[in-house]
Every structure is written in C-alpha cells, then in structure tokens.
Design a protein around this ligand. Structure first.
Ligand code: SDX
Length: 439
C-alpha cells in the first residue's frame, strides 16, 4: 500500500498549517522511508481557491515512488535500497534491470528465466530496417531513436493495451531488449555499415558492443574490460528518480499513451543538453578547451553572468555534493583508457585539471557545483569507440529501464490520475474582438 493510500484510509496526525487571507488550512504531512516529508496539497485548491507555484519543481514531489532514492547533500544513490557502487561492482545489467522493475534482486532461477525472456526479444521486425533508409546518413542518432522507437507501437499491437498487466509486461520486455538493437542500427546506418543482428550467446552489454563494432568480414571478439565498462555505464545510467525525462514518460503515460510512445517522449526530453545531452556537450567543451592552459578562460566564462557558457558535466539539480556516479565513471574512464592504450589522452588531462581547479574555486564551492555523471562519461565513451553523437543514445538505452520501471509503477498506482498542472495566469484580461480596419 502507498503512503498516500494509507493516509486516505487512516488519516494522519502530522500536519502542516498554511494561512491564506486569514483562513488557516491544515495540510497532511506525509512521511516516506528516507528523505524529506511532503505536504499533501491535493485539496488545497478546492479548499482555498489557491494554487501552489513551483515552475522548475525545485520543491515539488510529483509522485510517490519506491524505486530510486537520491540524497543530494550526501551524494547517495540507491536503486531499491541498494547503493549504486555495489550494484555497479557486482551486478549484471539485466540483474539490475530485474531489481528496478520488480523490486528485488533475482535468485538464480528468476534471473535465468528473465535473461531468456530478454534474449528472445532482442531482434526487431525486419521491416523496421526500412525506417532507417528514410533518414540522411548524417541524421543525429537521437532523432532516429525518437522516430524508430515511437514506431514500435505500429508493430506490436498485442502489447499496447496498458490496462492489461500481461501486455504491459510484454511491452516492457520488448522495449528494454530492443533498445540496444535499434541504437546499434542507428550507429551502423550513420557509418554506412551493414546492420549486425543480436547474438543470443552474449550478455546485454557485450551484445551491444558487438552489434556496433562487428563487421561481416572479420570475427569480432568483445574485450572483457570494455564489456565491463559498458555494463557499469548502463547500470549507472539506468534510473535517477524523477528527472526531466522520467517525468516526461510519467506524464505521457498518465494519459494512457502506449509505452513505446512514452519512451519515445522520454528519449526526446533526454536529448536536451541540460539533461542527457550533457555528455555529448561535455566532451565537445573539453575538446574546445583543448589544453590545460586555456582552463582559466573557460572558468571565467562559466562564472560570467552575461555569458551563457556553462561547464557541461558540472552541477546538478539534486546533487549538491559529488555525484556518486561520477566517481565510478572516473574510475571506469581510467580503466578503459588504459585498455585501449590512451592512458595519456590529453583530453583526460584537461578534464582532471578542470575538475581540480573547479572544486577549489570559490564560485563552484559556494554554488555546490560538482562533476556529474556526464563529466567523465564522454571521454570514456569516445575511448570505447563511439562518436560523440552516440553518447546520449547510450544514456537512453540504459535509462529505458528506469523509464519503464517508473511507468509501470505509475500505471499500477491506484492514486494515479492524468497529470494536468495549472498555472499563474498573467496574460490579458477578457477583451472584445476588434475588426482589422479598426486596429
Ligand atoms: C543529468 O535530474 C537528473 O537526475 C538528471 C541526471 C539523470 O541521471 O537523469 O542526473 C542526468 O541531466 C545531469 C546534469 C547534466 N547537465 C549538465 O551537466 C549541464 C550543465 N549543468 C547545468 O545546466 C545545471 O547545473 C543543471 C541543469 C544540471 C541544474 O540546473 P539547476 O538545478 O536549475 O541549477 P541552476 O541552473 O539554477 O544553477 C544554479 C546556479 C546558477 O547561478 P545563479 O543563477 O544562482 O547565480 O549555479 C549556476 C547557475 O548559473 N550553475 C552553473 C552550472 N550549473 C549551474 N554555472 C556554471 N556551470 C554550470 N555547469
């Protein structure tokens, strides 16, 4: 049972008080397992005729969830209660997927069954190949992902009735298992190489690397160090509470839209440079800085209110401490650069020096701006062999698991209703039409 349901049934003695125009409104205070309490304002407008106002949702809980917990001040990230560093170290990506979707780590039988289900759905309908030929070869792969993923709803009519739990589960398995295949096809299309079919003999991460980098004229052996890095990167990016793209998926899903369309909406939102597009932007920024000597110039620009430039890969709405994922990304970055023989990559030197300077700079310290997950992921993904445009696509592959888990939780929540925010209207008051000749 949800806390909100529990409160509806039993009430609560914990309350907040809000006085508007002299009238006191007592609002329930709901307590979660961890993190801030919430003031339940569901009845505020009905009781007071007043809305609350929070355009960036900096102080607003949009839902109740049991999936992911973030403590931004302490730099803590838990998936279903398990610390992210333990999962990144010990879990496979499908084990983490099972945990996020169903709430518990799988035992050996559950894991085997789940893995077989996922493996059986990695192929896409052969006709989907034709979607790609409609795009220019230099189309951004995120544009292709938005289009092709949305089009899945045209192929899988037997799993789009969201009221049917079996269809929801089938659509979830299909979505998660097909994302790497579609992403690899987008990459192959961009480099003019033939698509590589998934292999049932490889795990999720190794299969993706092979679909991206194998060619028909040579055997492709997946480097275990790179496969481990890919697995960790997928796990780190899998979910992150109610971030912008997850909130997009929840809002789209609240109207009853099919899961493929909801995930396509999440991909579109993730593409933004302030969100998932930051990994691409962070590497572009590091390459623009180019050398350690130019770092002070860019630090100055980042602090200049009149300059829109920001240090990409720095800062976070929730983390006011080091993003725990960034630490693991930095470690993975070193391992991959070592494995591919680029341990002296000049861009890594710029990144490490930029981080050192920024973390000691009064502006960044005062504003609690630390490296986030995107700061080191770009260097790592480039060393893995991906072009910059593919970075956010990889983020989308992993985040599809979180989007699906959050979407399932929302659909199954008995308190769920269509999301329909209101506004503070400051436009023109009512006025009468004026014929053009009189204007
Ligand atoms: C992701 O939400 C999630 O969980 C997202 C994510 C996930 O897993 O889903 O973690 C993934 O999106 C990580 C964030 C990737 N984005 C970037 O790295 C882009 C650069 N970062 C910024 O655009 C910014 O920090 C945000 C968007 C991440 C957070 O923006 P907020 O919370 O709205 O903070 P803000 O923009 O109001 O900034 C607060 C202050 C501002 O100064 P003042 O107006 O108060 O004077 O800090 C400054 C900003 O100017 N600031 C920066 C900065 N980020 C914030 N100054 C320089 N460089 C930066 N990167």
């Amino acid at each position: 049972m949800s806390v909100a349901e529990d409160y509806r049934l039993k009430g609560t003695t914990d309350e907040a008080s809000l006085t508007i125009d002299g009238a006191e409104h007592r609002l329930p205070l709901l307590k979660g397992t961890l993190g801030p309490d919430v003031v339940d304002i569901t009845s505020l407008y009905q009781d007071s005729g007043t809305f609350t106002y929070d355009p960036g949702f900096t102080s607003t809980a949009s839902c109740e969830s049991k999936i992911t917990y973030i403590d931004g001040d302490k730099g803590i990230l838990l998936y279903r209660g398990y610390p992210i560093d333990q999962l990144a170290e010990h879990c496979t990506f499908l084990e983490t997927t099972y945990l996020l979707l169903y709430g518990e780590l799988p035992n050996a039988d559950q894991y085997e069954t789940f893995k077989q289900r996922m493996t059986r759905h990695t192929m896409v309908h052969e006709q989907m190949n034709r979607f790609f030929t409609g795009f220019r070869r230099d189309a951004h792969p995120m544009a292709i992902m938005v289009g092709v993923v949305g089009a899945l709803s045209a192929f899988y009519h037997d799993s789009i009735d969201i009221r049917d739990p079996k269809q929801r589960d089938m659509a979830s398995v299909r979505m998660i298992s097909k994302m790497p295949t579609i992403a690899a096809m987008a990459y192959k299309y961009s480099v003019g190489q033939p698509f590589v079919y998934p292999s049932n003999d490889l795990d999720y991460s190794a299969n993706f690397l092979r679909m991206c980098f194998a060619v028909p004229c040579a055997e492709y052996q997946v480097d275990p160090v790179l496969a481990r890095a890919m697995r960790r990167i997928f796990i780190l990016h899998a979910d992150h509470e109610q971030n912008a793209s997850t909130s997009t998926v929840r809002l789209a899903g609240s109207s009853g839209a099919n899961p493929f369309a909801c995930i396509s909406a999440g991909i579109a939102c993730l593409w933004g440079p302030a969100h998932g597009g930051a990994n691409e932007a962070a590497l572009t920024m590091l390459e623009e800085i180019g050398s350690v000597e130019r770092i002070p110039e860019f630090i100055r620009r980042a602090k200049d209110k009149n300059d829109p430039f920001r240090l990409m890969g720095f800062g976070h709405r929730v983390y006011k401490n080091y993003d725990p994922r960034a630490k693991i990304m930095q470690k993975t970055c070193h391992e991959v650069l070592e494995a591919v023989g680029h341990k002296d990559d000049p861009i890594l030197k710029v990144a490490l020096e930029l981080e050192r300077i920024a973390l000691s700079d009064e502006y960044f310290v005062r504003k609690k701006l630390y490296p986030n997950i995107d700061f080191y992921s770009g260097i790592t993904l480039k060393a893995l062999g991906f072009p910059t445009e593919m970075f956010t696509v990889l983020f989308a592959i992993a985040r599809t698991v979180g989007w699906i888990a959050q979407w399932m939780e929302m659909i199954e929540d008995p308190m769920q209703r269509i999301g329909r925010p209101r506004q503070l209207y400051t436009g023109a008051a009512e006025r009468q039409y004026l014929p053009m000749e009189d204007r």
